[in-house]
Design a binder for this molecule. Structure first.
Ligand code: ADE
Length: 425
């Protein structure tokens, strides 16, 4: 066993984990090219870096890339139920990366693991959900002054960071990687779209054709799930609080109604809002017998499970892997998947490598950019967007990796676009 700090389930899983990480690498050509360059140029040389991400095969490839770039990187889980234990094992055994993640860890262990990576005194951090940054602003604020920048992977995390900034409390520069087009247009839409359905099918083995699927929230993730569910032949109902998004869902061909009405119609309910109690206790009693309820948003509070537990006369745990059955006083069963945690990462393997390729290429380049900026006069303490040059590079490399060529503007077209004199002819 490697002599590096770690807390993982079982080092003996490392061989299986390595196979899984190597398999994912084949579908991550953009990250692979960046790793090759970084191995030569070492843009992160000597930088202590702490990451709190879902511990998956794709994340392992990002960790390998950052290490190749010279970073002294450590990893902990960003969700108690998303860790792939074999991947955590190979990160420790083969890649010699301090890793702190065990699938099913309790809340105490989860936070102990976050402490472990922060107490290394990182100069760069990377979050999926802003738990590291939150600790750096509370209990562990003594470590904040040396943090040069922090990258954030997900919508929920960016919402928290913007709230910190609006409060005037933000203490470190942060980069909203989630908001890059190369991230949310692909990862949130096609990644969540596919992996959420994958999680529901693996947990339940259900047929989507003919089912009424209620998609709660029509952001990029909700749009993706709605379109994929419709593609499988489901009748999709959308619930929203934003009039513009509700209108968009309507014109995309979906029925839109309040959750209280949708509760009576749905066979499957999927929350993707970043908000709490979008399915409230009062809605469960309206649902059909056998309704399936799950969440694909970052936190497990989108569904009021405490309320559901209070009203249930019986809870049958693990009636199938990742399925808990709550029996209500009216005799109806409500089947909750993955304890209300991210169903795509808890019941399946998260987004496929091909789409994480773009997200994590953006992360790697944002880390390099942050170091460059920090060394050249520093980064302002605020929420920064990803630079357009990084986005253009990731998109171009991804297209090249897919073997797709596109047209270029002619000289005449460039002149036309930058002039105002040519009008109606
Ligand atoms: N978020 C969603 N899918 C993921 C994956 N496969 N790896 C890491 N983070 C993810």
């Amino acid at each position: 066993m490697a002599k590096i700090k770690h807390d993982i389930k079982d080092a003996k899983l490392a061989t299986e984990g390595k196979k899984r990480v190597d398999w994912a690498a084949k579908d991550m050509p953009v990250l692979g090219l960046i790793a090759e360059r970084m191995r030569k140029e070492k843009p992160l040389k000597g930088i202590t870096m702490s990451a709190c991400l879902h511990v998956t095969a794709e994340t392992a490839n990002l960790m390998r890339t950052l290490k190749a770039g010279g970073a002294d990187v450590a990893l902990c889980a960003s969700n108690p139920l998303s860790t792939q234990d074999d991947v955590a094992a190979t990160l420790v055994v083969h890649d010699k990366i301090p890793t702190f993640a065990i699938r099913g860890e309790d809340n105490n262990t989860y936070y102990q693991h976050l402490h472990e990576v922060i107490e290394r005194g990182p100069e760069l951090t990377m979050d999926d959900g802003a738990d590291l940054v939150t600790l750096l602003h509370t209990e562990l604020s003594r470590y904040a002054p040396q943090v040069r920048a922090s990258m954030e992977e997900t919508t929920t995390g960016v919402i928290r960071l913007k709230a910190l900034e609006a409060d005037g409390t933000l203490a470190i520069p942060v980069i909203a990687v989630n908001d890059a087009d190369t991230k949310h247009l692909f990862d949130n839409r096609y990644g969540t779209g596919q992996s959420t359905i994958d999680g529901i099918i693996r947990a339940t083995d259900m047929l989507f054709a003919g089912k009424t699927v209620v998609v709660i929230g029509y952001g990029w993730c909700g749009r993706g799930v709605a379109s994929r569910a419709a593609g499988l032949g489901a009748h999709v109902v959308v619930t929203e609080v934003d009039p513009l998004r509700a209108l968009e869902a309507t014109m995309d061909g979906f029925r839109v109604m309040p959750i209280a009405a949708a509760a009576k119609e749905g066979d499957v309910f999927i929350t993707l809002t970043g908000n709490k109690h979008c399915i409230a206790a009062k809605h469960f009693g309206l649902m059909k017998d056998g309704a399936v309820v799950c969440n694909s948003g970052h936190f497990d509070l989108e569904i009021d499970l405490v309320g559901l537990k209070k009203m249930a006369k019986k809870v049958n745990r693990n009636v199938r892997h990742c399925v808990d059955e709550y029996v209500l006083p009216n005799g109806h069963s409500i089947n909750v998947l993955a304890e209300g945690r991210l169903v795509n990462l808890s019941a399946a393997e998260g987004h496929p490598a091909s789409v994480m390729d773009m997200s994590f290429a953006t992360q790697a380049l944002a880390s390099e950019w942050a170091m460059k900026m920090s060394n050249n006069g520093g980064l302002e303490v605020r929420v920064h967007p990803v630079s357009p040059a990084i986005e253009a590079q990731v998109a171009a490399l991804k297209l090249a990796g897919m073997g797709i060529k596109i047209d270029r503007l002619t000289k005449d077209q460039k002149t036309y676009l930058s002039s105002w004199t040519e009008g109606t002819t």
